[in-house]
Every structure is written in structure tokens, then in C-alpha cells.
Design a protein around this ligand. Structure first.
Ligand code: APR
Length: 249
């Protein structure tokens, strides 16, 4: 349904007023207005910093110090950033709906900072580290890191970022739950994602197959746009508050 924006919002809000179960899948675009560059799209920047070369198990094995220097730099950039109105609307909707799941590909931690609680982090979290020996996961907010590479406080082994690297599989239980939620919700929002990286890119298509309505909010068209029931082209930090305002009228 691609009518004008106002009509789009009205139709969506009447749907949102009658459903009980919502899932949301976010990508880097929802954090763009917080000042964190995206990977792709016209303002995508991270790719210039060789994510594909550094965010890999081989790169870490070869030079853990270099990989940690890159993550320390990214943590420094992200550490100073705050959630934007888009993050806050989603944190509020979680309290509004009996069933609300937030699935994110982002590792910046801004959804939690905005107050979201029920979060499925598909690609991990840049503020968590994992012991390479015992697999223990710990939070670490030091920016800059006290030592590079950081060592496990319990056993002294090398720590790695608790994020999913290229070539690694996603945490099974998290991805299964994300697909379960996408396949059982009544409405799935896909916000700020280029919808090209699997398996997250398949979530909305599974939701459509199960009869859910899919709402896309993105700065530019994606492979999902033509299949979405609602498509809002623009900034998530402006469109989500607009929908939220109409929902409360
Ligand atoms: N509001 C809404 N959408 C935006 C905004 C904004 N303010 N700014 C940018 N976008 C859109 C871009 O147009 C782009 O389509 O957000 C999308 C971001 O796409 P990507 O940069 O590809 O981010 P994402 O889809 O999350 O990437 C998936 O790829 O590199 C891996 O692990 C990394 O999690 C990441 C995954």
C-alpha cells in the first residue's frame, strides 16, 4: 500500500490500535541520527574501515592487537553517542504491547541505553567481551580499554569482542527466537536496514509468509520495499515519533 505519507500513517495507526503482538528488526540506520555511521547506503562509512578485513576470526588470530585497536576506536566513537527519538519510541512501545520483541543487528547498545529490555542481539554487543578459553561473557565499558589486547580477569586468557564476525554463525538460540517471533507476530517493523545481510534479511519475508503485516522505515528503498505492506522512506528518528504521535491521538 504505497499511498501518500499521511494516508500511510493513518492506515498503519488503525492497524497498530488493534494488534497485540509486534516485532521490530533494526539495522545500523536507526543509529545513524545518533551519529554512528552505517555500513552501506549513501552515507555508509564503516566499510571504509575494512570491517570485512578486521571483523574476522582469522584477522583476530593473526593480530589480536590490531583488531582490538579497531574495536577500541569504534567503542570510543560509539561510547559518546546517545539514543535518538527512534530508539526511545521503540522502548516506549515495548511497554504498550503485551507481546513486543526487539531484534537488532546493531552492536552499539543504544536500544538498551534508551530503555528497551526484551532485545535479541543477532550480532552481539560491542560492550561485551568473551574469554577465548572459557567462553565467559562479561560487560566491559572501558573506553579507552585499560590494556590492548584485554585479558580475562579470571584466567588471564585473551578476551575477544562478543560480536559475530564475518564467517561466524549467529548464536543459535537467539536467531531461532528471532525467527519464531517474526513468524508469530501480527506486525513486523524493519527499520534502518539495507536488508541484504542474512539471516536477518529473511525475517520480514518469513513474517509475510505467516500473514503478518510488514512495515519498512528506511532512508532509501531496499529489496524488501516492494513486498512491504507499508513503506516509509525517510529518517527513523522522524518517522517513528510521527507514527507514535498519531497512535496517541
Ligand atoms: N533512518 C532510517 N534509515 C537509515 C537512516 C536513518 N536516519 N540512515 C541510513 N539509513 C538506512 C540506509 O539507507 C541503509 O539502507 O539504513 C540502512 C543501513 O544499512 P547497512 O549500513 O547495511 O546496515 P545493516 O543493514 O544494519 O547491516 C547489516 O551488515 O556489516 C554487517 O554486521 C554488520 O549488522 C551489520 C549488517
Amino acid at each position: 500500500m504505497k499511498v501518500n505519507q499521511k494516508e500511510n500513517v493513518r492506515a498503519l495507526v488503525s492497524l497498530l490500535k488493534e494488534v497485540h503482538s509486534i516485532a521490530v528488526s533494526t539495522g545500523a540506520g536507526i543509529s545513524a541520527e545518533s551519529g554512528i555511521p552505517t555500513f552501506r547506503g549513501k552515507d555508509g562509512l564503516w566499510k571504509q574501515f575494512r570491517a570485512e578485513e578486521l571483523a574476522t576470526p582469522n584477522a583476530f588470530m593473526r593480530d589480536p592487537k590490531l583488531v582490538w585497536e579497531w574495536y577500541d576506536w569504534r567503542r570510543g566513537i560509539i561510547g559518546g553517542k546517545s539514543p535518538n527519538p527512534g530508539h526511545f519510541v521503540l522502548a516506549e512501545w515495548e511497554k504498550l504491547y503485551p507481546e513486543f520483541t526487539l531484534i537488532t543487528q546493531n552492536i552499539d547498545g543504544l536500544h538498551a541505553k534508551a530503555g528497551s529490555r526484551n532485545i535479541l542481539e543477532l550480532h552481539g554487543n560491542i560492550w561485551k567481551v568473551r574469554c577465548t578459553q572459557k567462553e565467559t561473557v562479561m560487560e566491559n565499558f572501558d573506553a579507552p580499554l585499560k590494556e590492548i589486547p584485554p585479558l580475562c580477569p579470571k584466567c588471564g586468557a585473551l578476551l575477544r569482542p562478543h560480536v559475530v564476525w564475518f564467517g561466524e554463525s549467529l548464536p543459535t538460540e537467539v536467531i531461532h527466537e528471532a525467527f519464531r517471533r517474526a513468524e508469530t507476530c501480527e506486525v513486523l517493523f524493519v527499520i534502518g536496514s539495507s536488508t541484504v545481510v542474512q539471516p536477518a534479511a529473511s525475517l520480514p519475508f518469513h513474517a509475510l509468509e505467516e500473514g503478518a503485516k510488514v512495515v519498512e522505515i528506511n532512508l532509501e528503498p531496499t529489496p524488501l520495499t516492494s513486498s512491504a505492506n507499508f513503506s516509509f522512506l525517510g529518517k527513523a528518528g522522524e518517522i517513528l515519533p510521527m507514527i507514535d504521535k498519531a497512535l496517541k491521538e
